[in-house]
Design a protein around this ligand. Sequence first.
Ligand SMILES: Cc1ncc(C[n+]2csc(CCOP(=O)(O)OP(=O)(O)O)c2C)c(N)n1
Length: 269
Amino acid sequence: MKEDLDTYCQKTWCPGCPDFLILEALKKAVLTLVEKGTAKENIVFTTGIGCHGKTFDYLNLNSFYCLHGRSLPVSQGIKLANPDLKVIDIVGDGDMYNEGMSHLIHAAKRNSDITVLVYDNRNFALTVSQFTATSPKGFKGSSSPEGNIEEPLNPLELVLAAGGTFIARGYALKIDQIKDLIVQAVEHKGFSFLEILQPCITFFDNRQFYQERIYELKDHDQSSKEKALAKIREWDYKNGQGVKIPLGVFYKIEKPSYNELADVRRPTF
Ligand SMILES: Cc1ncc(C[n+]2csc(CCOP(=O)(O)OP(=O)(O)O)c2C)c(N)n1
């Protein structure tokens, strides 16, 4: 039952925050995974610190609240210790692309069999709007009152280059799409990465920007790195008119995961 995934904690997200929608999608995804045969007890999630991290309090599943930017080492440790678990790592853009960036590159490089969900609101929201690696140039926040002078990073391109074997993007306002992408990501064997575009209605409300540009990937060859890169580069994360923002699975390939190669339960002789 979906209610079994609820907790008694009062939700302190801003009223109307799309994090509520992502939470809904997550619950639906967990129920789908359970229906398909995964025991609820075998789904574990970790979080970083930030608005996204409050998911720890609001979702009744085995979980671990980690230091800011340091959830990936914990997730990988959990998976290494018990390969039967499905591990979902919930992070923010500041958390992952600023504080914890090196962990992301290495987890993708070694094709660690975990799922990373990035709630990308393009600012450090909990601490009231410092710019992050995905804040656009010109973004005005508490640490860039005259506008961010840096150009943003394209995280999907980075994860593709690092070695991720499942790379997708969803939009927080599309609950069912996010749910489907989470299920696919968790079922993928290897490093799965789902970037969720999450408008921050308090500090960076870019709903109109997204709604004018998003479209669903169709007839896309998920096995081709070159085609994935071309689609990923349709939006270079910079400001500007005319950019299109594809949603869906860009890249998905089969490759032995770190955990298959380093199964700690394998007998040694
Ligand atoms: C090592 C460390 N640095 C800074 C902080 C302060 N801090 C707490 S939450 C936060 C912002 C989180 O932003 P993000 O990861 O983008 O998540 P969001 O709140 O936007 O969901 C910061 C900087 C901290 N807790 N630990």
